[in-house]
Design a protein around this ligand. Structure first.
Ligand code: AMP
Ligand code: MG
Length: 486
């Protein structure tokens, strides 16, 4: 057998290469992408394989070999074309026409067992026409951080892309924000679409309403399929996008997640969360908490996320005007606040133990909880976890028994007064329920308030094990913990 034949042999038995790839985006034509080649790497060490995703691709994790991941997603053998997608975007409020996939490409699109079309999108796979001064690479720490964010958010119920695989690639990279030289990786993301708000903004920039309409038809056909036959499908699409984005940002807020870089090139047209760079989970409830060190004016701080997403949706109207009436766009956006509030309220009440809380006190309970968290600066995740950990049917007996087994309760000060009021109200609400309902409340608290939070010190200590002793076990253990409901 010749060398070429051996390679072909490996490829034909590689289940990733024989998936039923669809050319949905490719068939839109060259106005939307450039064909590129992947970088060749000196090393390929598989660091992450997301076996949980494989059954959705019709693959049995038992029979997919590590080598299959490496051949497909580290060496990029046997798959063409690889498409660097074209897009622009507003970055920190400024329009940037020099964007596009600068260190990634669309590897392929696959219809999963849920009937939805998914992208395999790379990050750190080499230079493209859009790399500008960049090296086209992803640091290993960047890869680790994105795997962790996506898995944590997924198990917290946030609608997010996930990482299919991450492979260490043996290069030394130089970065201003990591001790350098630092190790390199290539990551493959599985998500609903890599079409961004900025993909439409670029078409508007070049004054191509024809291409805008073509892309919009594609988006509706693939990702808003139930609207295809509707007479006013374009207006309905925008209204639904508004709803999806409002719900997504509510999910981030309830999870205590700060995305950090809500530029319009990081906003998916399907309303899915993706692209995790300098993100952070809030340690305490601080509205001004800002995750990116370069976000000098706190534009994307924790509490600004809903209004920034709303603003991004508003700016998206500019390109969409080519196809959708302004009054339809206005009507669609007008519901943002309502959708956001409904989702946020529902999620927070679940964190407080209630699947349903049809009592007028619900809003006051939530308001007091937030006021207490802000005033006390008790850990955001810790507070809810402690509720779940210490919940007892005895909390029905008297207000002073609420959370009295927890040591996070402040003894003095303004926060204590708020906490006391919150306890009185929580006790009162518990007494609206039957004693038999206490089990359900305990269960709801446990499901929505996991023990493990992906706070920065947790990420850093996980990374330290990798950086100092190449010990990956804490990383794998951490991912496992996201799945646990205590
Ligand atoms: P991000 O902040 O990851 O969303 O990236 C913003 C833009 O910068 C995108 O167009 C990226 O493709 C590009 N970019 C980020 N890092 C690099 C890099 N190391 N090399 C080339 N392009 C990059
Ligand atoms: Mg990005």
């Amino acid at each position: 057998m010749t060398l070429a034949e051996t390679a072909n042999n490996t490829n034909s038995s590689n289940p990733f290469l024989t998936l039923n790839y669809e050319s949905a985006l490719e068939s839109l034509g060259h106005d939307y992408y450039d064909e590129v080649a992947a970088a060749e790497f000196p090393q390929h060490i598989l660091r992450w394989r997301n076996d949980a995703l494989l059954p959705r691709l019709g693959l049995n994790p038992q029979i997919v070999k590590d080598e299959d991941f490496i051949t497909a997603f580290g060496k990029f053998q046997g798959r063409k074309p690889l498409l660097a997608l074209r897009y622009h975007g507003y970055q920190f409020g400024e329009y940037n026409s020099q964007l596009g996939d600068g260190r990634g490409f669309l590897y392929g699109q696959v219809r999963a067992s849920d009937g939805q079309l998914y992208d395999f999108g790379t990050k750190g796979s080499g230079r493209t026409p859009y790399s500008r001064g960049g090296d086209g690479m992803l640091t290993l720490k960047g890869g680790v951080r994105e795997v962790l964010a996506a898995e944590a958010l997924h198990y917290l119920g946030v609608r997010t892309s996930r990482c299919l695989t991450m492979i260490e690639t043996g290069l030394s990279l130089w970065r201003g924000d990591e001790p350098s030289p630092t190790r390199s990786s290539v990551m493959v993301r599985m998500g609903s679409s890599h079409i961004r708000f900025g993909t439409f903004e670029r078409l508007h920039f070049f004054q191509r309403p024809d291409l805008t309409k073509k892309l919009l038809d594609h988006v509706i056909e693939q990702y808003y399929r139930h609207l295809v036959a509707e007479k006013d499908k374009y207006a309905l699409f925008y209204a639904e996008l508004v709803k999806r984005v409002a719900e997504l940002v509510a999910q981030w807020m309830a999870a205590g997640f700060c995305h950090a870089v809500l530029n319009t090139d990081n906003m998916s047209i399907t309303g899915e969360s993706f692209d995790y760079g300098p993100y952070a989970f809030i340690p305490t409830y601080d509205p001004y908490f800002t995750a990116a060190y370069f976000d000098y004016y706190r534009r994307y701080c924790y509490s600004q996320q809903p209004s920034i997403c709303q603003l991004n949706l508003e700016m998206l109207q500019e390109p969409l005007k080519a196809v959708i009436e302004q009054r339809d766009l206005d009507a669609g956006l007008a519901s943002f606040g309502e959708y956001y509030q409904a989702e946020y309220r529902g999620l927070m009440l679940k964190k407080l133990g209630f699947e349903q809380l049809p009592y007028p006190e619900a809003d006051e309970l939530l308001h007091l909880a937030i006021a207490f968290l802000q005033k006390s600066q008790v850990g955001y995740h810790q507070f809810f976890y402690e509720m779940a950990r210490t919940f007892s049917h005895k909390w029905r007996d008297e207000p002073a028994s609420v959370m009295n087994d927890s040591d996070i309760v402040p003894a003095l000060g303004a926060a204590a007064a708020i906490f006391d009021n919150w306890c009185v109200l929580y006790h009162k609400i518990l007494n609206y329920f039957d004693p038999d309902d206490m089990e359900n409340i305990a269960k709801t608290l446990a499901v929505y308030n996991p023990k493990t939070a992906l706070l920065r010190p947790v990420i850093e200590s996980t990374w330290e094990s990798i950086a100092e002793s190449d010990n990956w076990q804490p990383f794998y253990d951490l991912v496992e913990k996201f799945q646990l409901k205590h």
